[in-house]
Design a protein around this ligand. Structure first.
Ligand SMILES: C[S@@+](CC[C@H](N)C(=O)[O-])C[C@H]1O[C@@H](n2cnc3c(N)ncnc32)[C@H](O)[C@@H]1O
Length: 214
């Protein structure tokens, strides 16, 4: 293994803001993020496939009244987010190194207030559909982990993934207020018409609250 990668992995072991296999908290955090990790009861927001964690860090700086957890399987990417969070003393940020498939081992049903999927791998091959972050098997996990009224956001610049995800969301039960835009930068939510960027598409929905039937 390259020396730089080994160095990052050894730093990851000593980072208190990173939960990963081999650390005590890895098997204990489920249902206990507030008490064991953040020491408060603030709402929990996840970014799945966070890469270097820039989006997680950005959201955490903007909203100190919420706890943010970046999840990714790649230790050398997540290393960056852990380091910056430590340097900036962002106490409302944590990182979890695990597979999205295993989220249920680390979060209790209804433990999460919000989930962000930021530019996930499009996985265009038909045979890879099961690995898309918006495949029904994953969406079902997200729905279970979200509290009633909890929100899921997807941002992508890949039209095929966007259309696929929209169809999956439309076919789901137990969600409401599905909203989407084909071009975030040219919609009312954010206008920057001169940016020479590919359109960023966004969809979001709420987990239905069966009590309120919303
Ligand atoms: C295209 S990158 C996006 C990174 C980041 N969200 C961004 O916008 O820069 C996708 C990320 O998802 C992670 N990833 C892919 N499959 C995963 C899985 N099954 N479980 C956890 N992370 C995964 C990869 O390691 C990678 O960092």
């Amino acid at each position: 293994m390259a020396r730089r990668k080994l160095y990052k992995f050894s730093e990851n072991i000593s980072r208190t803001n990173l939960i990963q296999q081999g650390k005590e908290l890895y098997d204990q955090v489920k249902g206990n993020w507030g008490t064991l990790v953040f020491k408060n009861n603030q709402p929990i927001v996840l970014e799945l496939g966070c890469g270097r964690g820039e989006y997680t860090l950005g959201l955490a700086r903007l909203s100190p009244e919420q706890n943010f957890i970046g999840v990714d399987i790649k230790g050398e990417r997540i290393w960056y987010g852990c380091k910056i969070a430590d340097e900036e003393q962002l106490i409302n940020v944590g990182f979890l190194r695990t597979q999205i498939q295993s989220l249920g081992d680390h979060f209790e049903s209804s433990e999460v207030n919000e989930i962000w999927l930021t530019f996930p791998d499009p996985r265009p091959k038909k045979g890879d559909a099961k690995r898309r972050f918006t495949h029904p098997r994953f969406m079902e996990i997200y729905r279970r982990l979200l509290k009633a009224g909890g929100r899921l956001h997807l941002k992508t610049d890949n039209e095929d993934l966007f259309l696929y995800s929209l169809e999956v969301a439309k076919s789901m039960t137990g969600i409401c207020h599905l909203a989407f835009t084909h071009d975030v930068y040219n919609s009312n939510t954010c206008s920057a018409p001169n940016w020479k960027l590919p359109p960023v598409m966004k969809l979001c929905f709420l987990k239905k609250d069966s009590l309120l039937n919303t």
